[in-house]
Design a protein around this ligand. Structure first.
Ligand SMILES: O=P(O)(O)OC[C@H]1O[C@](O)(CO)[C@@H](O)[C@@H]1O
Length: 531
């Protein structure tokens, strides 16, 4: 298409919200003008489903739950007055708690102010807080934020070492909706051990965000932690960033959570429109549907040209892939749905994988995120007439057209600057786009049955490890190969797992397992160290 024609297409398709200072450009999506009208009946159905969801329908049928993340920034829309009051109450207690910590009314045991925050959680209980902390953080933050978002011992040691002596002025925020996620439980226990090693009492420096009467809730109340903030079953983990999950760490860090909620609320208002051309979330969902053929046929590559948005792709990876990646549709048909999401940031990725995007396998579409404001204040010129920010902008434009020349499609989202409000708006925009797209492809966006399989399998591995240790310790003088041991345990079919467990045990001093390596590694022998 000629540039002049493209300009006309751009003007015809551009969505711009002056209040949010947000634009969505889908002119580089090669759909015919008739596509919108063809899709309109299905979109109207999606809008209706969204209305019902917002009114409190059991939109997550499998778990028999309402889906209420939109009420978190508009409590007056909650289906009952009680729920609205709970949301307002939780927000008020988050803000009051953060203010008390900042003022030193809630303080470390030595009466000094808390200056560090250790957030412990995983998945939706970490990714939102991490994205918000990274995108809106600054050297002026009220508290420095650290994360345990895995059960990797070395990863946690690294964080503890970074905090160093500051542990005594560190507030731990343990976040788990279910309150029983093992990675988070382990993170909490590891943090507790680190506190104890430093002569500190964990309970005096910890708060929880969790569901009522969860294992974590009970631990927090039995041990007298500093506080507990609610999570409700009608808020999914991946859409929980505007609940206490995201707001408590953000408020403690010193981020204006009212502005974040306001941005999300305004974006919710815009994305409730039933006029497709005036609904940016619908325009995104339509673009996804067109380019992936409604079957995930192309990956979504996120290219935010702003360092502060680097974690947005990780955040969206969970939001989109956990929501849309489903084996069955809502009628029980096998559909194997989803959209693969990856990306880091431009222009950096230009020097990594953009080569393949332009010339290699055309199995993706790009989402450019443009931020108009370069920095606080003016920039100097790195060469006559151009600043570093001009270069960043030029690289975005350049990559967008270079991809389009090669028939690689893209959408471009433009915001004026990174503020709590625009971050809130971006979050809300994608939450709604995912919900609408899920309706278009008829999947339940609000459950995650596939995640359970891996958790169960891990439980089986740990149980087998217990049996292995018991057998090795019962016969301390005997050396076993993995095959011997699998036979002795009457688990011959599990020999590969037995081998993996033994190698891991022998690589660590914890359980006293020794390995005599054989030239063919799988013939190595293992025994329990004599006491
Ligand atoms: O907040 P929780 O219950 O610890 O769960 C953490 C994450 O685990 C998942 O359930 C997947 O395992 C996510 O959906 C969720 O965000």
């Amino acid at each position: 298409m000629q540039k002049k024609q493209l300009w006309e297409l751009y003007k015809g398709r551009l969505y711009h919200d002056a209040g949010l200072e947000l634009s969505v450009d889908s002119s580089r999506m090669n759909y015919a003008d008739t596509f919108l009208s063809e899709m309109e009946p299905r979109l109207q159905k999606a809008y209706q489903e969204m209305t019902e969801l917002e009114e409190g329908a059991v939109a997550n049928a499998d778990e028999q739950r309402m889906v209420g993340h939109y009420w978190l920034r508009a409590p007056e829309l909650a289906p009952t007055a009680e729920l609205g009051d709970e949301i307002r109450g939780a927000l008020a207690s988050v803000k009051a708690f953060a203010a008390s910590v900042h003022q030193g009314n809630i303080a470390a045991p030595d009466n000094q102010k808390f200056v560090n925050l250790l957030v412990i959680g995983i998945g939706g209980s970490a990714l939102g807080p991490q994205f918000v902390a990274d995108s809106l953080g600054s050297a002026r933050d009220r508290m420095r934020v650290f994360f345990f978002d895995n059960t990797d011992p070395d990863g946690m040691d690294k964080v503890v070492a970074e905090i160093g002596a500051g542990l005594k002025h560190t507030l731990a925020v343990v976040i788990s909706k279910s309150g029983g996620t093992k990675e988070t439980r382990n993170g909490m226990l590891e943090a507790r051990r680190a506190f104890e090693n430093a002569g500190l009492h964990f309970a005096a420096q910890a708060v929880a965000v969790t569901g009522c009467d969860s294992e974590l809730d009970r631990t927090a109340s039995q041990e007298g932690w500093l506080g507990t903030f609610p999570m409700w079953d009608w808020v999914g983990g991946r859409t929980s960033v505007t609940s206490a999950v995201g707001l408590l760490p953000a408020a403690l860090q010193g981020i204006d959570v009212d502005r974040l909620l306001e941005g999300a609320r305004l974006c919710d208002q815009s994305t409730r429109s039933r006029s497709t051309r005036e609904n940016p979330a619908a325009l995104l969902a339509l673009s996804w549907y067109h380019t992936t053929k409604g079957k995930g046929a192309r990956d979504m590559v996120l290219l935010p040209y702003k360092d502060r948005l680097i974690l947005f792709s990780r955040y969206l990876q969970q939001l989109i892939m956990e929501s849309l990646g489903k084996e069955l549709d809502r009628d029980g048909n096998l559909v194997l749905q989803g959209i693969t999401v990856y990306g880091n940031k431009g222009s950096t990725d230009q020097h990594a994988y953009v080569q393949q995007l332009r010339e290699g396998v055309p199995n993706f579409f790009a989402t450019f995120i443009e931020v108009l404001k370069d920095r606080e204040g003016a920039s100097f010129e790195v060469e006559p007439g151009a600043t570093s920010g001009d270069y960043l902008s030029g690289f975005l434009q350049g990559t967008r057209s270079a991809l389009y020349e090669k028939e690689r499609e893209s959408v471009t989202i433009t915001i004026r600057e990174i503020t709590p409000a625009t971050v809130g708006a971006l979050i809300a925009l994608y939450e709604r786009a995912v919900g609408l797209y899920a309706s278009l492809i008829n999947v339940n966006a609000y459950h995650q049955p596939g995640v359970e399989a891996g958790k169960k399998a891990a439980g089986v591995v740990l149980k087998l490890q217990g049996e292995i240790l018991e057998m090795l310790r019962r016969q301390p003088s005997r050396e076993f190969t993995c095959e011997d041991l699998a036979m002795t345990l009457a688990r011959p079919e599990e020999v590969e797992t037995v081998f993996s467990i033994l190698r891991h045990l022998a690589a660590n001093p914890d359980h006293g397992i020794e390995m005599t390596a054989a030239p063919r590694i799988w013939e190595s022998r293992f025994k329990a160290r004599q006491k």
